[in-house]
Design a protein around this ligand. Structure first.
Ligand code: ZN
Ligand code: ZN
Length: 168
């Protein structure tokens, strides 16, 4: 989506509505074990501020499917991001720059998504995760792995366990 800088100048600070949907490739968020279930809905406005910079203020919305970090179950989240960015003509560290009469918003959109991605998503606060030994989903099934494992460990440290092996 393009922002029309000329129109913003003509409007002299009056905001111009910005509303569109855009498909974003899943490769952007695949490192987070996530994928888009919807297009991005972008809803906001842009205007020329007193420094002749272009301000973009909007909300972005998308449905994203994550995988629970503990059990791997899909978790669907409504992802809402507040966008508040400035495009300046002179480059600086905090802002985006523009030099033409149009501003392409792709970079702003993908940056804002990545910056807001949660690092850990759980299906619930009480998720029991998967058994590290047999891999079973402990939220739905019980296994005896940990019990068996702790019994084995007890035998290992029991000084009399050596006698058992000698008697054989
Ligand atoms: Zn889970
Ligand atoms: Zn198990």
């Amino acid at each position: 989506m393009l922002i029309d800088v000329v129109k913003a100048r003509i409007n002299q600070g009056k905001p111009i509505k910005l509303q569109f949907t855009q498909k974003i490739d899943d490769s952007l968020i695949c490192d987070y074990n996530a994928r888009f279930l919807s297009e991005i809905e972008f809803c906001g406005e842009y205007y020329l501020d007193q420094f002749q910079d272009i301000k973009v203020q909007a909300k972005m919305f998308a449905k994203i499917e994550f995988l629970c970090a503990l059990c791997g179950k899909p978790v669907i989240k409504d992802f809402i991001i507040d966008v508040d960015e400035t495009f300046t003509q002179i480059a600086n560290k905090e802002n985006y720059t523009f030099s033409k009469n149009n501003i392409e918003l792709n970079q702003l959109i993908t940056d804002n998504i990545v910056l807001n991605m949660p690092t850990v998503v759980k299906c619930s606060e009480n998720c029991l995760g998967r058994c590290p030994i047999c891999g079973i989903d402990k939220n739905t099934t019980k296994c005896n792995c940990e019990l068996l494992n702790s019994q084995n460990k007890e035998e290992d440290i029991n000084p009399f366990s050596i006698l058992k092996t000698l008697n054989k």
